[in-house]
Design a protein around this ligand. Structure first.
Ligand code: PGA
Length: 247
């Protein structure tokens, strides 16, 4: 069985006051069989570590491909580990769009994440233009092939399908749309990596919230969610975690 993961991506949100939200999540704990992951801004990571306890794992939001060196403003995978992370998101569509990250860049970042012992949450997803042109499976297939390095396993890799048009827009892909893409990702990972590839956890992301989480987590090849806006408050994220536990 793939891992079941409820991951929250705080993006560029969260000052010291946000630590209270993490305390509330840590206190609520994780349902049996569910891994709860919060990816706060890097500035909060080590303070998050001291309050997250056993119930909540932490992740970075990106990492550089190099181990260290002259890369002003960047964070290495080892720095994330040092600050208490066990996961890192790579290839989020906002990074692809804002910084022009390519599939090859993302693959290099994932390799660096593995080298430091992190699980890489590798993101793929089509734009609205891609979807309307009927290119969704082709685009996602190309991103997947280029962004997931050789050597992916269920321990070191999680794949997040996040249609760009559904992120932060309140528009959620329909269960049929999610099912189609997740099935295609599962098949591609299994073709490439064999039976263990089929065990890599697949998360859906894009306007997941308490009111739609149960339906999304009920889709056969959805093993969890990557949640942005609704992960910022424990009162919103808690019910999503619970829904995953009940799926
Ligand atoms: P959203 O973001 O839940 O706010 O749509 C998801 C993501 O970008 O990971």
């Amino acid at each position: 069985m793939p891992r079941k993961i409820a991951a929250g991506n705080w993006k560029m949100n969260g000052l010291s006051g946000a630590l209270a939200e993490l305390s509330a999540l840590a206190e609520a704990g994780a349902p049996d069989g569910v891994e709860v992951v919060i990816c706060p801004p890097a500035t909060l990571l080590s303070r998050c570590r001291s309050i997250a306890g056993e119930a909540v794992a932490l992740g970075g939001q990106t990492c550089h491909a190099a181990e260290a060196g002259a890369h002003t403003g960047d964070v290495s995978a080892q720095m994330l580990v040092d600050a208490g992370a066990a996961f890192v998101i790579v290839g989020h569509s906002e990074r692809r769009a804002d910084y022009g990250e390519t599939d090859a860049d993302i693959s290099a970042r994932a390799t660096a994440a593995w080298g430091a012992g992190l699980t890489a949450i590798i993101c793929v997803g089509e734009t609205l233009e891609d979807r309307e042109a009927g290119r969704t499976l082709a685009v996602v297939g190309t991103q997947l092939a280029g962004s997931v390095p050789e050597g992916a396993t269920p321990r070191n890799t999680v794949v997040a399908y996040e249609p760009v048009w559904a992120i932060g827009t309140g528009k959620v892909a329909t269960p049929v749309e999610i099912d189609e893409v997740h099935k295609a990702i599962r098949a591609a990972l299994s073709d490439r990596f064999g039976p263990t590839g089929a065990e890599i956890a697949l998360l859906y992301g894009g306007s997941v919230k308490a009111s739609n989480a149960a339906e999304i987590f009920g889709i056969a090849d959805v093993d969890g969610g990557l949640v942005g806006g609704a992960s910022l408050k424990a009162a919103d994220f808690g019910p999503i975690v619970t829904a995953l536990g009940e799926s």
